[in-house]
Design a protein around this ligand. Structure first.
Ligand SMILES: Nc1ncnc2c1ncn2[C@@H]1O[C@H](COP(=O)(O)OP(=O)(O)OP(=O)(O)O)[C@@H](O)[C@H]1O
Ligand SMILES: [Mg+2]
Length: 507
């Protein structure tokens, strides 16, 4: 007798339906799993055998063959424990699946028949919904996350006995309530603690509002790392679609939990400069997302930028352009979303004091150039906003200046500017000004006579490239949005032009 049970698999952060076909036939007792299973899937046999026995059922004394279709895709992980168990019990007529034709099953089994949570539940639940599956049986701890895929009935299962009771109709398990998102408090340090540096704070506000890439350059101890750490407190709120996209990635990495099934604040990732290229983009024989994907819809902060290996910076170029990263393996290629806001901090030279009024810099011109040459031109060309962070004057530090604005006040302006962008581009357009393509630039970044003259003068003087020109328009658009202006005016454009890389970085 053959019985088919629907389940789900993962390829990258995309789910897809899998059918577990279980056949019981005569012959010497055996138990085989085919359909490109990895080691964890093969080990399902031992867990299933033990779970069946400890839940009070008989393990069939026959030749058992399980085929995971489509058989040409590699199956990994422990999610197939539950569908295999259900298939074997149904094929041996110990359970009936008559009422569950449009149901799917995922979950890891423990030897005593309890269900353990698995990773990647949200992408699998979304795939189930797309495939028209009505009901999803998941380990109880995964249920809150599965309910995020609106419109799918989620049945939380604690153990095999409970599931059997439900399938026979003895004791139905009530569907899990849809997980309700509460307003998420913004945690972490506040911008009010940063004294002075008004120019840099303004640049970070513009960057947060439009999703622009930023580079902060300045002498040691001027507050670059301090301000970057406070960036999460002014990032705009995420839309539900953005939050779900982040949650899918975190789910695949096993970083979601029963208490926190959804990523609700924009991610802030700050990998150390010793990170490898694979750690940055993702990889491994069974590919996993890297830092740039964990930073999707959030911030990737690279402190001490020139210390990163040059190959690590090179691999960022393509994702910065496309918003996704592709990893090729013999078994096929997977694509991960990785659209992030890049924030970098660096000293202007090796000793850190280049250009400081005290004249402390001990570097030769040559060593300054060598230090900066680690940043490739094309990489710098992708940065929208460059800002100098000078050492503080004593008066600024000693507190004789008015206190700084709090993050909440800045975030309110950022949120307002982001709302303008959302309304302008609609749900299918770019998420923010930094992502505007040629069409949006044409439609929303028209310049009047004064602005055209201003940018024409700057074009030759600053040696702009076509990419640099577009970038200035995008930043100017964000500054106009922060100002509540319908059109870009000369003062917006002039501020955007200030954020060009300084002379010594362009050389
Ligand atoms: N603008 C500032 N307002 C208040 N405190 C500051 C400011 N700048 C620096 N500090 C103090 O100095 C410490 C060091 O600053 P931070 O680590 O941000 O420097 P940095 O610019 O990143 O230096 P480096 O180039 O060496 O990494 C901060 O933790 C903070 O205590
Ligand atoms: Mg620092």
């Amino acid at each position: 007798m053959v019985c088919s049970v629907i389940s789900l698999g993962l390829r990258g952060v995309e789910g897809y339906p899998v059918t577990a076909e279980c056949a019981l036939s005569g012959g010497l007792p055996s138990f085989d799993v085919v359909g490109l299973p990895d080691a964890a899937v093969k080990e399902a046999r031992e867990r299933v055998r033990s779970a069946i026995k400890s839940s009070g059922f008989d393990f069939p004394v026959s030749r058992i063959t399980v085929n995971l279709a489509p058989a040409d895709r590699r199956k990994a992980g422990t999610v197939y424990d539950l569908p295999i168990l259900v298939g074997i019990l149904a094929a041996g007529s110990q359970l009936s699946l008559k009422t569950e034709r449009d149901s799917a099953f995922i979950g890891e089994l423990s030897l005593d028949g309890r269900l353990r949570p698995v990773s990647g539940v949200l992408p699998m639940a979304l795939a189930a919904k797309r495939a028209g599956i009505a009901r999803l049986f998941v380990p109880a701890d995964n249920a809150p996350e599965a309910t995020l895929a609106d419109g799918l009935e989620v049945i939380p299962v604690h153990n095999v006995r409970e599931l059997a009771g439900h399938l026979t109709g003895e004791q139905l398990i009530p569907p899990a309530p849809v997980w309700e998102q509460e307003p998420s408090p913004v945690q972490g340090p506040d911008f009010s603690e940063v004294k002075g540096q008004e120019h840099a704070k303004r640049a970070l506000e513009v960057a947060a509002a439009g999703g622009h890439h930023v580079l902060m350059s300045g002498s040691p101890g001027s507050g670059k790392s301090m301000m970057a750490k406070r960036l999460p407190s002014i990032l705009p709120d995420m839309t539900r679609a953005e939050a779900l996209a982040c949650t899918e990635i975190y789910s695949v990495m096993g970083l979601t939990s029963k208490e926190h099934p959804m990523v609700r604040r924009r991610p802030f990732r700050a990998p150390h400069h010793t990170i490898s290229a694979a750690g940055m983009t993702g990889g491994g024989s069974n590919p996993k997302p890297g830092e740039i994907s964990l930073a999707h819809n959030g911030v990737l902060f690279l402190d001490e930028l020139p210390e990163f290996h040059s190959d690590v910076l090179e691999v960022l170029r393509q994702p910065l352009e496309d918003g996704r990263t592709q990893i090729s393996r013999v078994s096929g290629s997977v694509t991960y979303p990785s659209r992030f806001m890049l924030v970098c901090a660096m000293n202007p030279c090796k000793c850190g004091w280049y250009g400081h009024p005290s004249g402390r810099c001990t570097c030769t011109e040559q060593s300054v150039r060598r230090y900066l040459s680690r940043l490739s031109g094309p990489m710098l060309d992708r940065i929208d906003i460059c800002v100098d962070v000078p050492s503080l004057e004593y008066d600024e530090l000693s507190g004789s200046v008015p206190p700084s604005e709090s993050s909440a006040v800045i975030r309110a302006r950022v949120n307002a500017a982001r709302a303008v962008q959302l309304a302008r581009f609609g749900p299918d357009g770019p998420a923010c000004n930094a992502q505007m393509g040629p069409r949006e630039l044409r439609d929303y970044c028209g310049l009047d006579q004064t602005c055209r003259q201003l940018i024409r003068g700057a074009y030759d003087r600053l040696g702009l490239t076509a990419r640099g020109y577009d970038r200035i328009l995008r930043v100017a658009r964000t500054i106009a949005d922060l100002d509540g202006a319908a059109d870009i005016a000369a003062n917006h454009l002039a501020e955007a032009l200030q954020y060009r890389p300084p002379e010594h970085l362009r050389a």
